[in-house]
Ligand binder design. Structure first.
Ligand code: IYR
Length: 221
């Protein structure tokens, strides 16, 4: 099918000084995001969650297949089921399924098998990758760069939630196939991660870890 082309909606016409200021302001805002593990139970307005998911859904994706699905969980019973299943896997992980090297790498984060935030945080957004899609006639279509596309979308989701003032945590129970079962998702979907959303507890603590400076993460040729 030949492409249908439309004019590019105009980008703002800014001066270089304005562009620099905006890039720096965004950097400062997004840099203040920390992975939070201590949540307050205060609810999150669903309109904010919906808008953040729409931000995520604006991500570029392989062949524009948009191979993602976001399940928003606020129901206490479902959160408990997710916590119980995740903790069962995590117990085995921390008790020896993970190689020693991996557990040592996690030591500075102070994580363990306990995942109370899966119940205390008001919202869990479970991010699914759509491994293949369906055409209206029912046949399968291949998706492309699914991991990359879902990774970009999840990054935008985190940015949108952070911008709205919410604390977030990317949690990756391993393995996480239980999420498809609990949330009754179809076989073409595979859970990628849980984004835990809420407000940080007043006494929340985070590990004293730093991000690499620019010269360690970028080269300019
Ligand atoms: N899924 C485990 C372990 C874990 C793994 C990595 I890599 C982390 O950056 C953090 C934790 C857990 O959630 O505890």
């Amino acid at each position: 099918m030949p492409p249908v082309l439309v004019p590019l909606p105009s980008y703002p016409n800014l001066t270089d000084a304005e562009r620099i200021a905006r890039a720096e302001a965004f950097r400062d805002a997004i840099r203040s995001r920390r992975t939070v593990r201590d949540f307050a139970p205060a609810p999150v307005p669903m309109a904010a969650v919906r808008a953040a998911i729409e931000s995520a859904g604006s991500a570029p994706s392989g062949a524009n297949r948009q191979p993602w699905h976001f399940v928003v969980v606020t129901d206490a019973q479902t959160k408990r089921a997710i916590r119980e299943a995740a903790e069962e896997e995590e117990r085995a992980f921390y008790a020896g399924r993970a190689p020693k090297e991996w557990l040592e790498a996690l030591e500075p984060l102070g994580t363990d098998w306990r995942k109370p935030f899966l119940e205390t945080a008001p919202v869990l957004i479970v991010v699914f990758q759509e491994l293949w899609g369906r055409v209206p006639s029912g046949g399968r279509v291949k998706n492309y760069y699914v991991t990359e596309s879902v990774g970009i979308a999840t990054g935008l989701l985190l940015a949108g939630l952070h911008h709205a003032g919410f604390a977030t945590l990317t949690h990756t129970p391993s393995p996480m196939s239980f999420l498809r079962d609990i949330l009754k998702r179809p076989p073409n979907e595979k859970a990628a991660m849980i984004v835990v959303v809420g407000r940080a507890a007043l006494d929340a603590r985070v590990p004293a870890i730093a991000k690499k400076p620019l010269d360690a993460i970028a080269s300019f040729i």
